[in-house]
Write a protein that binds this ligand. Structure first.
Ligand SMILES: *[C@@H]1O[C@H](CO)[C@@H](O)[C@H](O)[C@H]1NC(C)=O
Ligand SMILES: *[C@@H]1O[C@H](CO)[C@@H](O)[C@H](O)[C@H]1NC(C)=O
Ligand SMILES: *[C@@H]1O[C@H](CO)[C@@H](O)[C@H](O)[C@H]1NC(C)=O
Ligand SMILES: *[C@@H]1O[C@H](CO)[C@@H](O)[C@H](O)[C@H]1NC(C)=O
Ligand SMILES: *[C@@H]1O[C@H](CO)[C@@H](O)[C@H](O)[C@H]1NC(C)=O
Ligand SMILES: *[C@@H]1O[C@H](CO)[C@@H](O)[C@H](O)[C@H]1NC(C)=O
Ligand SMILES: *[C@@H]1O[C@H](CO)[C@@H](O)[C@H](O)[C@H]1NC(C)=O
Ligand SMILES: *[C@@H]1O[C@H](CO)[C@@H](O)[C@H](O)[C@H]1NC(C)=O
Ligand SMILES: *[C@@H]1O[C@H](CO)[C@@H](O)[C@H](O)[C@H]1NC(C)=O
Length: 464
């Protein structure tokens, strides 16, 4: 049997080695890829006739033009990567001969001033990326949009050259994912998403001058993911809009509002009752008030991310969100955990507090965290092993700082806890007092401590 497999794989390797690469001069071929990226090319290489390779990599070169018939010999190519070149011209017949084959075209980070008309000939184009090209709102040609509109499911576009919303997008009747990566407009027309209001599932709008969540959003009844990040002019008033109030966004599950100049915990969950994940990273949240969080009570929210939000303590209001399973407080200025900080969070399974100047954890901080499985306090100033760990009988992973923990016979209790109360716990992190991982110290040194005894009282705490 083994010899048969060996013979088979040898013969298969020989077969694939025999498929000639359509260009051996500057490119190479692997599996189904033609690799011509990162080669300082100033023109599209000449390709000989081929009916094997499906993906063409031409990204990170210095190509300026896609001439007529550039790809005509590549009969099986479905995906062409051309991002990060200096393309300013795409000839009308650039894709002649491969009109039916191409499904995905990546032209991001080029020097195009118009949406390529040649794309209109691509009969099965599902995805095109023209983001970070200086294309303004008047150069998304109506006929081209119409021609690709019945098949295209994903469009990425946007740059500072876009001063208004291109209204020809209304021809994209099959669109499911729209990713806008830049724009100097500050409002959107209410009809912006007309044409794909009944198909769009994911909307991403980043790096624009928008001053509010657009009213047009309220029409996207199948939207499930909303990324509305790095829109610096939004601010608190831009989120509090009534256009979300008519209950159309019932499919929305994931909302990201990263770096939007918010200072209050936004109360938009009042309208978005089915959102389970809310990402608020990189906003200076000076106020996380009881009343703003109270609107999230009774919603579906289980995951909350508050990374880099300038928090100096764990917001007390969060203890109202008793259904949370994941909480991320990475990159804040939290110095201590008090006994009430994680009150009522009995469903929390993952708590991440990496990179905080945390130096004190009160003894009963984790009293309610019966279901916690992962606790990450890496890159903190914790030196003394937190006794509050005694409450975490469901914990499987504890990530401590490197080279900071005081490993002495004072942590005999932890070894006993791991032998009797929680046998699944794995500890990462290392000692300050001795050159050793904490886990090794517990195993090798603790049993020699005079106060060592292999029994202890476990707190009664079960995750239900
Ligand atoms: C763009 O391509 C150049 C080479 O032409 C490369 O040095 C650079 O790192 C690439 N940039 C990105 C963002 O990939
Ligand atoms: C992009 O095109 C403009 C003129 O259309 C030109 O001035 C500029 O040098 C081009 N940029 C690159 C990187 O080729
Ligand atoms: C949108 O495009 C940007 C830039 O290419 C990318 O970083 C981001 O992940 C994309 N967003 C989505 C939702 O795919
Ligand atoms: C961010 O919001 C503050 C008010 O909270 C405002 O003064 C500031 O101009 C905003 N920043 C931008 C870039 O709009
Ligand atoms: C409410 O949703 C409908 C779509 O179901 C939309 O046409 C209408 O403009 C929305 N109204 C408001 C006030 O958001
Ligand atoms: C943290 O958030 C600020 C905005 O409040 C942003 O400018 C900065 O880039 C963010 N830092 C990181 C590491 O994400
Ligand atoms: C927790 O979830 C349940 C069921 O989804 C819901 O009925 C309850 O109101 C939620 N509790 C809070 C505090 O949000
Ligand atoms: C609380 O912590 C202190 C200092 O670590 C310790 O001396 C004390 O015994 C602890 N108290 C309880 C009730 O665990
Ligand atoms: C955590 O609790 C759940 C529910 O009681 C249980 O199924 C699971 O085995 C526990 N895990 C550990 C590591 O104790």
């Amino acid at each position: 049997m083994a010899w048969l497999l060996l013979a088979l794989s040898v013969s298969m390797a020989t077969v694939s080695a025999q498929i000639p690469c359509p260009n051996n001069m500057v490119c190479s071929c692997t599996d189904t890829n033609i690799e011509c990226h990162d080669r300082a090319l100033v023109a599209v290489p000449v390709f000989t006739s081929d009916s094997h390779y499906t993906t063409l990599h031409l990204e990170n070169n210095m190509i300026e033009t896609l001439p007529d018939d550039a790809f005509k010999n590549l009969q099986k190519v479905m995906i062409i990567f051309l991002r990060n070149n200096t393309i300013n011209t795409v000839s009308r017949n650039a894709f002649r001969g491969v009109e039916a084959g191409i499904l995905h075209l990546d032209l991001a980070q080029n020097n195009l001033t118009e949406f390529p008309l040649a794309a209109g000939a691509l009969e099965n184009l599902m995805r095109i990326d023209v983001s970070n090209n200086p294309i303004d709102e008047n150069h998304f040609d109506e006929h081209t949009m119409y021609d690709i509109g019945d098949k295209l499911t994903r469009l990425d576009f946007g740059s500072d050259s876009l001063h208004q919303w291109p209204n020809t997008l209304r021809h994209l009747q099959a669109l499911e994912v729209l990713n806008v990566t830049g724009g100097s407009f500050y409002t959107l027309p209410p009809t912006a998403f007309h044409g794909f209001e009944g198909t769009l599932k994911t909307l991403s709008i980043q790096h624009t001058q928008l001053i509010a969540l657009p009213f047009a959003l309220s029409k996207l009844r199948f939207l499930d993911h909303l990324y509305f990040d790095h829109n610096h002019a939004i601010g608190d008033s831009g989120i509090l809009i009534t256009s979300l109030s008519n209950d159309t966004l019932t499919n929305l599950q994931y909302v990201s509002l990263v770096d939007d100049n918010l200072t209050y915990f936004p109360s938009l969950l009042r309208f978005l009752r089915n959102v389970h994940t809310l990402i608020l990273d990189s906003n200076r949240l000076a106020f996380v008030s009881d009343s703003s969080v109270a609107v999230a009570v009774g919603t579906a929210i289980t995951t909350l991310s508050l990374r880099n939000c300038s928090l100096s303590r764990v917001p007390g209001a969060l203890s109202k969100l008793t259904n949370l399973t994941k909480l991320d407080l990475t990159d804040n200025q939290i110095r201590s955990f008090e006994n009430s900080d994680f009150q009522n969070m009995g469903r929390l399974t993952t708590l991440t507090v990496t990179r905080n100047p945390l130096e004190f954890i009160a003894n009963e901080t984790f009293k309610d965290l019966r279901c916690l499985q992962q606790l990450d306090i890496m890159e903190s100033n914790i030196k003394t092993m937190p006794e509050a760990i005694r409450f975490l009988r469901n914990l499987t992973t504890l990530t401590l700082p490197l080279d900071k923990i005081e490993c002495t016979c004072n942590i005999v209790w932890l070894k006993q806890f791991m032998e009797v109360c929680n046998t699944n716990l794995k500890i990462a992190g290392s000692c300050e007092t001795i050159d050793s991982p904490v886990a090794d110290y517990l195993r090798a040194h603790i049993p020699n401590c005079p106060n060592y005894a292999s029994q202890t009282q476990c707190v009664s705490s079960t995750c239900t």
